[in-house]
Ligand binder design. Structure first.
Ligand SMILES: Cc1cc2nc3c(=O)[nH]c(=O)nc-3n(C[C@H](O)[C@H](O)[C@H](O)COP(=O)(O)OP(=O)(O)OC[C@H]3O[C@@H](n4cnc5c(N)ncnc54)[C@H](O)[C@@H]3O)c2cc1C
Length: 186
């Protein structure tokens, strides 16, 4: 079975919804809107506000309705450098934000947020397989089915989600029950 390493950039150091500041009262609509503007400047064409099609598609991509929340904007990085730039702005502005991998967590606010910023990693799905070493590098937005398809074509597989659209990032950091778990009596 290939061993996976998730290219999740700085994000693996971050747990679920992140609060760079404890006092919620400081997160005014104006300050969050201003952060979205700064993010748009840092990441042109990758920050989406309510009313845009990419914003709506991000909201709709959550498996559970309770997670279809309304962040002030979605950031959709396509490279690890984008993630770094976004984190830089979020840190400097002490903003409240969430991180979405596959969007399959059941808990509200784990991977989406109201009156804050959500980083949606869906565009970072690159999968690079090393057949000699039996390893694969998987982008943090990849779903289990993306990896299954890539590996199936090579006669390989990996221990991923039992449902195709479970995200590999959240599965790896918080799931890990796979089709053979019961055989191993996990
Ligand atoms: C229908 C269904 C079937 C499931 N089947 C299985 C199964 O077979 N086996 C199993 O073990 N689990 C299963 N799960 C549970 C699933 O593994 C977890 O809900 C997992 O957290 C989903 O990962 P995700 O990336 O899709 O979710 P998300 O909601 O995107 O992320 C989950 C958490 O991880 C954080 N996160 C995501 N990416 C990163 C990152 N790059 N860096 C830091 N934090 C990050 C998010 O902020 C969030 O807090 C299932 C869930 C559902 C709804």
């Amino acid at each position: 079975m290939p061993r996976l390493s998730i290219l999740s950039c700085l994000l693996l150091a971050i747990s679920s919804t992140c609060f760079a500041q404890d006092d919620d009262s400081t997160f005014s609509v104006e300050s969050v809107t201003s952060t979205c503007r700064q993010l748009s400047t840092a990441l042109p064409g990758k920050v989406f506000s309510p009313g845009s099609t990419p914003y709506s598609s991000s909201v709709a991509s959550y498996f559970y309705i309770q997670n279809r929340l309304s962040p002030s904007c979605f950031v959709k990085p396509t490279t690890s450098q984008d993630v770094s730039l976004a984190i830089n702005v979020l840190g400097k502005t002490k903003s409240k934000f969430a991180v979405k991998g596959g969007g399959h967590a059941t808990n509200r606010y784990w991977s989406n947020i109201d009156n804050g910023i959500t980083i949606d990693l869906a565009a970072m799905k690159k999968i690079t397989v090393n057949e000699q070493k039996l390893t694969a590098a998987v982008g943090p937005g990849a779903l289990s089915e993306d990896v299954y398809k890539e590996l199936d074509a090579r006669g390989m597989s990996f221990l991923g989600g039992r449902v195709a659209d479970v995200g590999v990032a959240g599965f790896t950091t918080g799931g890990m029950f796979c089709i053979v778990s019961q055989l191993a009596r996990f």
